[in-house]
Design a binder for this molecule. Structure first.
Ligand code: BES
Ligand code: ZN
Ligand code: ZN
Length: 489
């Protein structure tokens, strides 16, 4: 997709559609549309005065220019009350306008002025957010559609009308494209995206100067990632362990859960819970996409991306409830439930990262628990750990990028609940509630002294509905959050 910035007058600019945002209650024609409206004999003023368009959030009205100016249509889009507005609103309005342009107007090119809306953030930040929202909103997963494929509209080109913001528009587009990569990987059927293929996607980052090491099953055996191997036993497909290294400077490791399919193992999931488990690799996908964004944006950081990837299947040799398995750091894990597999593969990935890769800080991302979804829904991800600075840093980045995280408590009692009588730790809390936190407490047993935070993205990685710039399916949540956290380290 092409995304440009042009400095042009709206009444002489040729485009299929110009998007203009208005706060509610809309009372008069915005200054930038005055000359356009004069040429349209007051059609916009008429819509506003007649209360046909009031600027309510998500309300929109299409005004045809009837060839009186080179642009074919004006899309008035409601932004709600000015006092409620923030940068995320611009992203959302941009995402919604891209969808209206494609699905309602049936066009593949449009222009926008949303970044010119007055807000108490810089014009550069506004332009970046509008680029992000527009590219994210244009996303659709149509790879496997064959019937009437030529009728499916695909946005080809977006133009921001303004000046001096090119670099930020480019950055917004890069972030959104990387997020769309996560969406593609999440949406890809699990039979077509096995650990080997997920590792291939990481390998492609070599073209950007990223050093990528891929370990196959034999390599994983040599490394001693015994917990990852245990989870893999029920699957006929080999696991992969991947380390990506970009840049120099402060060394931050991002560690992802890469379950390309989670059937639950012998503790098999019921059909409705299993249906979307092709997206259980979103942590790994976010790590790949964040390293990609770091390389494309040339961040001045040393980013180490790590992920452990396998399927969790109930095959003939599957690991069993009651098994006791060793992890990379020598600690033993009592398997109380084979469906709590993410924390087991992360145990190895985290311990390996700390001991061998020796970063200054570690952030892991995982679609780890249904309990986190119960607690926080799909609005924000859960974050936990003992490093208050790291957590508040992530919360700040979340608020700027709209990919919010909310801290869950991490009291000692939760840590007691994952102690085992027969091994060092249990992969399930002894008390059945607080599952998002006991999962985090389990992970903490595999990080000894490095500042570390765990982000549970189970609720935010997948959407059952279309929402402004979010499509049904994989959301891509986490890339903007991490890139912002890294560049403001
Ligand atoms: N991958 C799931 C968690 C999940 C659930 C992610 C829904 C995204 C959406 C994880 O491996 C899992 O199965 N967790 C179990 C743990 C339980 C057995 C303690 C869960 O949350 O139900
Ligand atoms: Zn599971
Ligand atoms: Zn899982």
């Amino acid at each position: 997709m092409k995304i440009d910035v042009v400095d042009a007058q709206l009444d002489s600019f040729k485009t299929e559609l110009i998007v203009v945002g208005l706060f509610s209650p809309a009372e008069e024609v915005p200054a930038e549309l005055k000359s356009v409206d004069a040429k349209l004999n007051g059609a916009i003023a008429h819509a506003i005065k007649g209360k046909e368009f009031e600027g309510e959030y998500q309300q929109f009205r299409l005004v045809s220019t009837l060839d009186k100016i080179p642009a074919k249509n004006i899309l008035l889009i409601g932004l709600g009350k000015k006092e409620d507005a923030n940068i995320e609103l611009l992203r959302r309005a941009a995402g919604l306008s891209a969808r209206i342009a494609r699905d309602f107007c049936g066009i593949t090119e449009f222009s926008t002025t949303l970044h010119n809306i007055e807000l108490d953030v810089s014009k550069e930040e506004r332009a970046q957010a509008v680029a992000e929202g527009s590219v994210l909103g244009s996303y659709q997963y149509i790879k496997y559609r064959t019937v009437d494929k030529e009728k499916i509209k695909v946005i080809q080109s977006i133009t921001l009308v303004g000046n001096g913001v090119d670099a930020f528009v480019k950055k917004g587009a890069v972030l959104a494209e990387c997020e769309n990569l996560v969406r593609d990987l999440a949406n890809e059927p699990a039979s077509n995206l096995k650990p080997e293929q997920l590792a291939d996607v990481a390998k492609e980052l070599e073209k950007l100067g990223v050093k990528v090491s891929v370990y196959d099953k034999k390599g994983i055996e040599k490394l001693g990632l015994t917990a990852l191997l245990a989870v893999n036993r029920g699957s006929v497909n080999e696991p992969r362990f991947v380390v990506m290294e970009y840049g120099s400077g402060k060394r931050v490791a991002l560690v992802g859960k890469g379950l390309t399919f989670d059937a639950g193992g012998l503790d098999l999931k019921p059909d409705d819970s299993m249906l979307t488990m092709k997206h259980d690799m979103c942590g790994a996908a976010v790590v790949i996409a964040t390293v990609k964004a770091a390389a494309l944006l040339k961040l001045k950081m040393n980013v180490v991306g790590v992920f452990a990837s396998t399927e969790n299947m109930p095959g003939m040799d599957a690991y069993k409830p009651g098994d006791i398995i060793p992890a990379f750091n020598g600690k033993t894990i009592e398997v109380a439930n084979t469906d709590a597999e993410g924390r087991i593969v992360l145990a190895d990935a985290l311990a390996y990262t700390e001991k061998v890769l020796k970063p200054d800080a570690i952030i892991d991302l995982a679609t780890l628990t249904g309990a986190c979804m119960v607690a926080l829904g799909n609005v924000c991800a859960g974050v936990m750990g003992k490093d208050k600075n790291l957590i508040s840093h992530l919360m700040k980045s979340g608020n700027v990028t709209g990919e919010r995280v909310w801290e869950l408590p991490f009291f000692q009692e939760y840590h007691e609940q994952v102690k085992s009588e027969v091994a060092d730790v249990r992969n399930l809390g002894i008390y059945k509630y607080g599952g998002a936190i006991t999962a985090g407490a389990f992970l903490s047993a595999f990080v000894e002294k490095t500042p570390w935070a765990h982000i549970d993205i189970a609720g935010t990685s997948w959407s059952d509905i279309d929402l402004d710039y979010t499509r049904k399916g994989g959301t891509g949540f986490g890339v903007r959050l991490l890139v912002h956290a890294l560049e403001n380290w």
